[in-house]
Design a protein around this ligand. Sequence first.
Ligand SMILES: [Zn+2]
Length: 289
Amino acid sequence: MRGCSPRRSYLAVLLALVTGALALAACATNPYTERSQLLLVSESHEMQLGAQAYAQVLKDPKVKISHDPREVEPVKRVAARIIEAAKNSKYAEIAKQFEWEVSVIKDDKTLNAFALPGGKIAVYTGIFPVAKNEAGLAAIMGHEVVHALARHGAERMSEGQLAQAGLTVADVLIGASTSNPATAQLMMAALGLGVNVGVMLPFSRSHESEADYVGLLLAAQAGYDPHESVHVWERMGQLSKGQPPEFLSTHPGHETRIAHLQQWMPEALKYYRPQPGMPSADLPTLAPR
Ligand SMILES: [Zn+2]
């Protein structure tokens, strides 16, 4: 356009990009809950952000990766079964695209676990007493993995919560500024890593509820007794005093959560196929070392 000032042409380009991105925007429907989702962030961009955020957490000098087989093996075993279940679920398409990775973070004080877009999973050893056994671990990992499979991070970015926190929607849409540390921090917060970056953006009630519900079905499908999820939340209530892990930071309260899980239990039991030889021993923090 002739006579356009540099600033105006910049705006025109930006507008074109935003309009283009909006035109491509998907309005998806969750295959389990039929909740509709506004998704302005592409799957590949979201997966790239997940991988970046994961690398950032793992390279943090304060983060100690466990190589103790007593801690790593149960986590990897449960993750493998949950991933297999995901690949045979209504999320099969996205689960097969993920480049799954699992790490155990040696930190007995942090009651947390997360799964980022692209299938990047981390479990803190501090969650072991809450999980207690592999079925409990499956309940927790099922929940976390659903946040990633259901693209809750992308949805949250799309909802403009980051824009409110000082980031422009255009930045998110064109994926331009993840090299900016402040932006990268907000991205991580949107992906549920608020605890790690000191910015807390809890998942919404609908995201939590969806993760609880589909996570319960996935854990059952993976061969773990879904009843254990109820005990996990009971233990979470007892053990998490004063700490806000990702899954504690939001409504619903424990009682509501447990009531919902009980309500979904008959459906979960239809998915449940007990596996012979499934380890039932306590996780290492509770076993003698
Ligand atoms: Zn959650």
